[in-house]
Design a protein around this ligand. Structure first.
Ligand code: FES
Ligand code: FES
Length: 170
C-alpha cells in the first residue's frame, strides 16, 4: 500500500506491506533506530513514540494506518543541537544504565507531563484534578509504569522527570 507518514516533521512517501508495524517501519525501513524493540507485544514501553503528542507503543500500531498523524520519535525531540529538557534531565540525573529503555522512557515522560498539565487522572490521583497534580515519586512511578527498565534505573528516572517538571514550573 502507498501512504505518506509524517515523522519528525518530514513527510515520507512509502510503499509498504500493510502488516508492517510502525516500530519496524521506523527501525528497519527508515533507519530511525532510536526507538527500541523490547518485547514487541505492548508490554515494556521500549518502543514508545509520540503520535499527535500522545504516547503510544509503536509495536502495536500498523504503519499504513498512521497517515495524517504527526509522529515524533526520540530523534525528533531535540531542536538542532539543543536537547529537549527531558533529554537534558535524563543526562543530568543519570537516568539510565544500558540505555535500551531510555528513548521510550523519555518519549513517555514528555507526553506524561502533558497529561499532568491537562489534569489527567491516574491511579494515584483518582479524581480529575482541577490543577496539575503534585508529581510525587509515587505519582511518577504510577504514571510511568508502562515503561519497564531492566537495569532498574527507576530512582534516577524519577529524579529526571521531577527535574524536568520543576524546571518547567520555575
Ligand atoms: Fe513495544 Fe515492548 S516493544 S511495548
Ligand atoms: Fe537498561 Fe533501562 S537503562 S533497561
Amino acid at each position: 500500500m502507498r501512504c505518506t507518514l509524517n515523522i519528525n516533521g518530514t513527510d515520507h512517501p512509502l510503499l509498504l506491506d500493510p502488516r508492517v508495524t510502525l516500530l519496524d517501519l521506523l527501525r528497519e525501513h527508515l533507519k530511525l533506530s532510536g526507538t527500541k524493540k523490547g518485547c514487541d507485544h505492548g508490554q515494556c514501553g521500549a518502543c514508545t513514540v509520540l503520535m499527535d503528542g500522545k504516547r503510544f507503543n509503536s509495536c502495536l500500531a500498523l504503519a499504513v494506518v498512521q497517515q495524517g498523524r504527526r509522529i515524533t520519535t526520540i530523534e525528533g525531540l531535540a531542536t538542532g543541537e539543543q536537547l529537549h529538557p527531558m533529554q537534558a534531565a535524563f543526562l543530568e540525573q543519570d537516568g539510565f544504565q544500558c540505555g535500551y529503555c531510555t528513548p521510550g522512557q523519555i518519549c513517555s515522560a514528555v507526553a506524561m507531563l502533558d497529561e499532568v498539565r491537562a489534569g489527567s487522572p491516574s491511579f494515584v490521583t483518582a479524581v480529575k484534578a482541577q490543577q496539575p497534580v503534585d508529581l510525587s515519586e509515587h505519582e511518577i512511578r504510577e504514571r510511568m509504569s508502562g515503561n519497564l527498565c531492566r537495569c532498574g534505573a527507576y530512582p534516577n528516572i524519577v529524579r529526571a522527570v521531577q527535574q524536568a517538571w520543576r524546571k518547567e514550573k520555575a
